[in-house]
Design a protein around this ligand. Structure first.
Ligand code: BGC
Length: 343
């Protein structure tokens, strides 16, 4: 069942709405039309107490003034594009340089800052947006829908679909910050990642193009371990960005399959993330800040993001799969978050 509640007004007078997707009496997701954002995600702990497992704000103003991308739909191209430019078929397009000289998360007015048009279709919330030709520098008019459903098995599905009238770059993700411990021990969350390799980053968190084996490094999550175990290891790749902020290789995209599993021993809440994207960014909220829900002061390492996506800067690296959407083709990618509570 989906119900709608007012969620404030933008400076230009546009009203925002929060949609509650009730999966079960004790499980729901709150989704905003602003940024097609996951604002809240509530599941029971092992004693049946409700736990909100994502960071975010109580008000629309929080989202308008915040810069952490809490729960947002990020695009047109999630993550970094080196030197804020890319070339398709010999033509170079310049984008906003909003992260030093690089481009991050779709630019100054990325999709996280757009009002989507909402439509309730049974148990699915369909959010749509038209991104005009030249939006933030990207070519082509992109028509996009983000569909959310949260079913009685406690499976939250996010499906992104898009079409363009010119060849362009599209790489969409959801930027939820997960803390399945509900504020008690975020870095004690235990993570498994189906990745044998990860992207080496430069000092600006931009992939160098080199894929490194995880084996024998702090980046090995092929056997599950708490995030805290190697977070403070004296590894230059961790020290340069204050924690994990790296893309992991899922061995090619195209098929929806489990990529990660996250759980908290404190609450018993566990999540399996499946995706058909080729990579997943692991970001331990290294620069999280601001006053969040319930007046809580957020700090570094208060949550973890697992963002399915193409490898960052893929347009510039010969061997990386290209996030190109051709005119006339359909972009169609899915993230599935399946929850359960362990005794
Ligand atoms: C990136 C971080 C960035 C953060 C912004 C993440 O997806 O990997 O480098 O600081 O988003 O909130």
């Amino acid at each position: 069942m989906i119900t709608a509640f007012p969620f404030g007004t933008l400076p230009d007078g546009t009203s925002a709405t929060r949609y509650r997707l009730q999966a079960a009496p004790d499980a729901y997701a709150d989704i905003l039309d602003y940024g097609a954002t996951v604002q809240g995600l509530v599941l029971p702990d092992r004693n049946g107490r409700p736990v909100d497992i994502v960071l975010g704000y109580d008000t629309l103003e929080g989202y308008v003034s915040g810069d952490c991308y809490f729960g947002a739909t990020v695009g047109r191209c999630a993550n970094r594009i080196g030197n804020a430019a890319f070339t398709i078929d010999g033509k170079t397009y310049s984008l906003d340089a909003n992260d030093g000289r690089n481009h991050l998360h779709g630019g100054l007015e990325g999709f996280d800052r757009r009002m989507f048009r909402a439509e309730i279709a049974g148990d699915t919330l369909r959010l749509s947006l038209v991104s005009p030709d030249g939006d933030q520098g990207y070519p082509g008019r992109l028509s996009l829908t983000v569909e959310y459903s949260f079913d009685e098995r406690r499976v939250l599905t996010v499906r992104f679909r898009g079409e363009t009238d010119k060849d362009t770059v599209v790489n969409l993700t959801n930027h939820s910050y997960f803390d399945l411990s509900g504020g008690q021990a975020p870095m004690e969350q235990v993570l498994w990642l189906r990745a044998d390799r990860f992207c080496e980053n430069d000092e600006n968190t931009l992939p160098t193009g080199k894929l490194l084996p995880v084996q024998g490094t702090p980046f090995d999550f092929t056997t599950e371990k708490p995030l805290s175990r190697d977070l403070n290891a004296k590894d230059p790749l961790l020290l340069s960005c204050n924690g994990y902020d790296h893309n992991f290789d899922l061995g090619g995209g195209g098929t929806l399959q489990p990529a990660a599993r996250l759980s908290s021993g404190v609450t018993g809440i566990a999540m399996t993330l499946s995706t058909d994207m080729p990579g997943v960014q692991l970001y331990t909220g290294n620069f999280v800040h601001g006053t969040g829900k319930g007046g809580r002061e957020y700090r570094s390492h208060d949550a973890v993001c697992l963002e399915p996506q193409f490898f960052p800067n893929a347009m510039a690296v010969a061997d990386f799969e290209k996030p190109i959407l051709r005119a006339g083709e359909t972009y169609d990618r899915t993230i599935v978050y399946a929850f359960h509570t362990e005794a």
